[in-house]
Design a protein around this ligand. Structure first.
Ligand SMILES: Cc1cc2nc3c(=O)[nH]c(=O)nc-3n(C[C@H](O)[C@H](O)[C@H](O)COP(=O)(O)OP(=O)(O)OC[C@H]3O[C@@H](n4cnc5c(N)ncnc54)[C@H](O)[C@@H]3O)c2cc1C
Length: 607
């Protein structure tokens, strides 16, 4: 039976230096032999050996588990997700697309066209519809809505294929308050204006465990491995973030808030965007390897990247932002902040779609070209089922798809000298859903919602059993969702490997990771499906948020307006929603439609 080590009380106290542990003493909870899963470096060396399972296994001399690539795979599975060639617009036999100006449109002039049915495009459609715009059409390339918040089913069980949770909404973010109230996630407000979230959607205890060899710790920090110095630094880090969370500018705005547009633009805070989180931690003297590993793990979970790759502003936002994680006593009630659903954030996408007029979304519609022609916008769509081009017209358009190769879709950007999108980089992600015949080894309820691996190439898995009703037998089949992101300098190589490696290689690598949490898991695996996101998350690199790139990306071009989370340069649903609603309000103004702004009413309560 595995033992779970909880945080010692003195490690969570804010009064640094008041802890009771003797300096230099080995913590009494550090009593386990540590066997480490494959770390990121070994994993990258392993994949560098080549795309076949044989080549991978031959490079495993450095791996703690050299036999794993020879293990037979005795369960079924597949690679899921969009065909990357379709995403890259390199469809064999694709017709030569006509220029927009000379093409006779096949559709009537609409009020608004929206490109992309992810959280941002759907939020834009929601805001337009709320303001009375009925004549709108959302064009979506994939065969279903959701974008990277896509979810679905596996062997009859609901599962996420991408984004799977949101944080407790900030009462001072009106856009999010309105949206989540309309979607039935917020059911009411307390007398002091705090949202009450439908209890079924709240994550409960145990929220997270982190596994390190044969020991494990409760929460996200490996308490069982910590020395006295590690604990001192962890306390100091918490105090540091606590101070940032209490910071206010003369207008009363916090240093960090989601969406970022509501936060203070003070120079003192913006300065953090000029350096990486790793440089910031160095400067503040946070040298504990365990603390730095914890920071990397949490940032990878949230943004897909480690501290050396993201802006210190974005890193600090995670701990000190009111929409981010709050473990710090004194700022908020110390409840768990995560809200989630068995199908992940697809729950939100489906509820948004249900609020739109019938026929407002067209899937399988790849947009190839967008341009201003006279007083209208023309959009050339390639029907994914028939490969037939179709030209749409609208008074305004919202581009709510990722900004990859944007200049090939909107050639006018080149003439306008608007090439900011080339500053964006995207991190690949892998998500796998795994159906287990039963929970191996121990009661599924002893697993947390989030089960992380310390120092490994993957993040571990999220436990679908967490959503089961209390009466459900823990011996029943249940589903877990595995997550890994591939950040760092090898991002491009990893993207290629991600797309080229066969399913069986991923099945072996992922099984090996699961065995570090549940050693007897292998015979229980019934099926494993793998979903690859080649350009899953925009990387919030230093300088993007406050260095002018974000503003430039969001500036309209004629009647074309820009949304999606990468326009805000932050891979979070709050930014996706905010960007969608902001673009919708720009369009409403352009169309001369009177509306009550959801974005500008910053302290507004719901009607
Ligand atoms: C694996 C993963 C996990 C994540 N987990 C979380 C999480 O738990 N919580 C969270 O807040 N955020 C998470 N995120 C971040 C996520 O990016 C945002 O939350 C949000 O879902 C982004 O929505 P979006 O609409 O901006 O972009 P997208 O979801 O990328 O939507 C863009 C849409 O445009 C479509 N499209 C693209 N090109 C075209 C074209 N040419 N023609 C027509 N349509 C096109 C795409 O198919 C897609 O549907 C995660 C991201 C990834 C990759």
């Amino acid at each position: 039976m595995r033992e779970y080590v909880t945080a010692p009380a003195e490690a969570t106290a804010l009064d640094v230096g008041q802890g009771k542990t003797d300096p230099g003493a080995v913590a009494p909870w550090r009593q386990y032999r540590v066997k480490v899963p494959i770390n990121r470096r070994d994993f990258l060396r392993l994949l560098a050996a080549g795309p076949t399972a044989g080549a991978v296994s031959s490079s495993l001399g450095c791996s703690p588990d050299p036999g794993m690539m020879q293990q037979p795979v005795r369960f079924a599975g597949s690679i899921r997700g969009e065909d990357p060639t379709a995403c890259h617009l390199r469809v064999a036999g694709r017709p030569v697309l006509p220029p927009l100006e000379v093409t006779e449109p096949d559709s009537p002039l609409r009020d608004v066209l929206i490109i992309g049915a992810g959280m941002s495009g759907l939020s834009a459609a929601w805001a337009l519809h709320k303001a009375g715009v009925e004549d709108l059409l959302v064009l979506e390339r994939a065969d279903d809505i959701g974008g990277v918040s896509r979810g679905g089913h596996m062997m009859g069980a609901p599962c996420p294929w991408g984004a799977h949770y949101i944080g407790l909404p900030d009462p001072d973010s009106p856009v999010i308050m309105h949206l989540l109230s309309d979607l039935g996630v917020i059911t009411d407000f307390t007398s002091d204006g705090h949202p009450i979230v439908e209890p079924r959607y709240r994550i409960h205890k145990p929220e997270a465990n982190i596994y390190h060899g044969q020991s494990s710790s409760v929460g996200f920090y490996p308490w069982a491995l910590a020395t006295h110095e590690d604990l001192v630094q962890m306390r100091a880090f918490r105090r540091h973030m606590y101070r940032w969370s209490r910071w206010r500018d003369p207008q009363g705005r916090p240093a960090f808030q989601l969406p970022v547009a509501y936060a203070s633009p003070a120079e003192e805070v913006r300065r953090l965007d000029g350096i990486t989180m790793a440089e910031y931690l160095d400067g503040e003297g946070f040298t504990s390897k365990l603390l730095r590993g914890y920071v990397d793990c949490r940032l990878t979970d949230e943004y897909g990247c480690v501290a050396s790759e993201i802006s210190a502003y974005v890193g600090t936002l995670f701990w000190a932002g009111t929409g981010g994680e709050h473990h710090v006593p004194g700022t908020r009630p110390s409840h768990i902040r995560a809200i989630a659903w068995p199908e992940g954030n697809m729950f939100l996408a489906r509820r948004l779609a249900a609020l739109l007029p019938a026929g407002a979304i067209r899937t399988g519609a790849l947009v190839a070209t967008v341009g201003n022609v006279g007083q209208e916008v023309r959009v050339l769509e390639l029907d994914q089922r028939t490969n037939r081009p179709r030209v749409h017209r609208a008074r305004a358009c919202i581009f709510a798809a990722p900004k990859l190769r944007l200049d090939t879709i909107i050639p006018e950007l080149v003439q306008a000298g608007r090439m900011e999108h080339q500053d964006l980089e995207y991190t690949p992600w892998l998500v796998a859903n795994i159906m287990l015949s039963q929970c191996p080894e121990h009661d599924a309820r002893s697993l947390a919602w989030d089960n992380l691996l310390h120092g490994s190439w993957s993040l571990g898995f999220v436990n679908g059993q967490h959503f089961a009703s209390p009466g459900k037998d823990s011996d029943d089949p249940f589903l877990i969702t595995f997550y890994a992101s591939f950040s760092g300098e090898r991002r491009r190589v990893m993207r290629r490997d991600l797309l080229e490696l066969p399913w069986a290689t991923w099945a072996r690598l992922i099984t090996n990771e699961l065995e570090h949490i549940m050693p007897d898991v292998r015979p229980s695996i019934q099926r494993m499906d793998v979903w690859r996101w080649g350009h899953g998350m925009v990387r919030p690199a230093p300088g993007l948020l406050w260095g002018g790139v974000r503003e430039a990306l969001c500036r309209p071009l004629g009647h074309i307006h820009f949304a999606a989370n990468d326009a805000g340069t932050l891979p979070l649903y709050e930014e996706a929603v905010y960007r969608g609603v902001s673009a919708a309000e720009e369009v409403l103004t352009e169309l001369g439609r009177p509306h009550r702004s959801l974005v500008e009413a910053t302290r507004e309560r719901l009607d």
